[in-house]
Write a protein that binds this ligand. Structure first.
Ligand code: AMP
Ligand code: GLY
Length: 427
């Protein structure tokens, strides 16, 4: 099979690595890819927004499957256009990608199909939104309806902050994404992510993970795309995973089918696990970054038939075969991230670290200048380690990081701390 993978982050390097191991693969192209994917596939300079050019490439290279990493091309309808041109694609249609593209769409689906989530209301003007906040009080959560690169959510601990968030969103700070606002009940508990593969009709539980969104140690400072993650999430017991499938994933698939938008691809379920069980915080219509960098290294079967089954229907009954080991990844970011990452600093000894047993180094924002590796983005590398428990995986990941010589980079020193505290308690 010839496969085209769209994207350029650590998630795509992890996907490319798993796909490259498939006996079914003839040739893998990654567009645009990064220096990590270049080592295991052929990078091609295609613009993910130029759907016509992508389809022309698929014709030229006789592509059998297109795998889409990021959300923007999904929400822009790339899957619909590929399928109309006869190319199977892994990912939801434009309509189904509204599960990520519109928080209001998702909340209405939850209401109509009895999916557990926080109480909410949708608003298109500031005054009624403020009245709702005054009525319900803080803490309360204010969300821009559309895609806002992870920045459209304000968890307001007091009323004034919530009112200010409403003004900020309706003032156009988030462009079209903020033209509508969802105000939601504050949920308490432990956050976890759960991933299910879907073929429009059926869902197959894939894996769980937890990430660290804040830039600083102890989960402090501004939010980022994710500074590290581990899989599995200890809070996601078998019983909890089964509840999430039954109470959230399966009704979502039924609801999407009833809405005329059957959901195919991976459903990324952002959860709050509280006293009453799992509640939905949000859906994403794609794999997580950096969650993918800890889930795929645990996969013990060929990824390609699973991706193909999502695209074409007929997912196997499962379960997916995963290593019992824990995987933990630390994001190595350029100084200045998330506000203004410095570009161009040199990174040495990545290959040395990548040769360690139980270590995988995934590239994200890197570029090659001759044979020099340079930082070229915010999140630059992901150092993933496997181990028998979170603590061992963490030690291995940081030992590998210590071998990398990159004065222009920084990472959190405590990825996995919550899970390690749980392991200590269990001892
Ligand atoms: P989202 O982009 O919807 O995942 O929100 C970003 C972050 O805001 C989540 O990871 C949570 O930490 C937090 N958050 C979102 N919604 C809620 C909620 N209803 N209650 C508490 N925290 C929330
Ligand atoms: N790590 C969170 C995300 O991929 O959205």
């Amino acid at each position: 099979m010839n496969i085209l993978l769209i994207g350029s982050g650590g998630r795509e390097h992890a996907l490319a690595l798993a796909i490259s191991k498939s006996p079914l693969l003839t040739k893998l192209y990654v567009a645009p890819g990064n220096p990590g994917t270049a080592a295991i596939a052929e990078n091609v300079a295609l613009d993910q927004a130029d759907h016509r050019n992508i389809i022309a490439f698929c014709h030229r290279m006789r592509i059998d499957l297109v795998v889409i990493g990021p959300e923007a091309p999904l929400v822009a309808g790339l899957v619909d256009e590929l399928e109309a041109a006869g190319f199977p694609a892994f990912g939801p249609s434009k309509h189904a990608a509204q599960l990520e593209g519109s928080k209001g769409f998702t909340k209405d689906l939850c209401r109509d199909f009895n999916i557990p989530t926080g109480a909410y209301e949708r608003f298109t003007a500031a005054e009624p939104a403020k009245a709702y906040i005054r009525k319900h009080g803080a803490p309360i959560v204010v969300k821009a309806d559309g895609l806002a690169a992870g920045k459209g959510v304000i968890v307001a601990m007091d009323e004034a902050e919530a009112l200010a968030a409403v003004d900020m969103m309706f003032s156009g700070s988030f462009g079209a994404a903020g033209a509508e606002v969802v105000i939601e009940e504050f949920l308490e508990g432990e956050e976890a992510s759960f991933f299910a593969l879907c073929d429009g009709e059926h869902a197959l539980a894939f894996a769980s993970a937890q990430d660290h969104k804040r830039v600083g140690d102890g989960d402090t400072g501004p939010n980022t795309g994710g500074m590290g993650a581990y899989s599995p999430a200890p809070v996601m017991s078998e019983d909890m995973s089964a509840r999430v499938m039954r109470e959230i994933v399966e009704p979502t698939l039924r609801g999407m089918k009833a809405r005329g938008a059957p959901y195919k691809g991976v459903l990324f379920v952002g959860l709050m696990i509280g006293a009453q069980g799992p509640k939905l915080i949000e859906f994403n219509a794609r794999f997580g970054d950096p969650e993918t960098q800890v889930m795929l290294p645990r996969l013990e079967e060929d990824l390609v038939p699973l991706l193909l089954a999502c695209a074409k229907g007929k997912l196997p009954a499962g379960p997916v075969k995963l290593k019992a080991q824990t995987a933990l990844t630390v994001v190595y970011a350029a100084k200045g991230y998330p506000d203004a990452p410095e570009r161009g600093s040199e990174i040495r000894n990545v290959d040395k670290a990548a040769r360690l047993t139980d270590i995988l180094v995934f590239h994200a924002g890197t570029k090659l200048d001759g044979n020099k590796l340079l930082a070229n983005g915010g999140r630059v590398l992901n150092i993933t380690a496997l181990g028998p428990d979170v603590r061992t995986a963490q030690q291995r990941a940081y030992a590998a990081i210590d071998m990398i010589d990159w004065p222009g980079g920084f990472c959190r020193k405590d990825i996995g701390w919550r899970a390690i505290a749980r392991e200590h308690k269990a001892e």
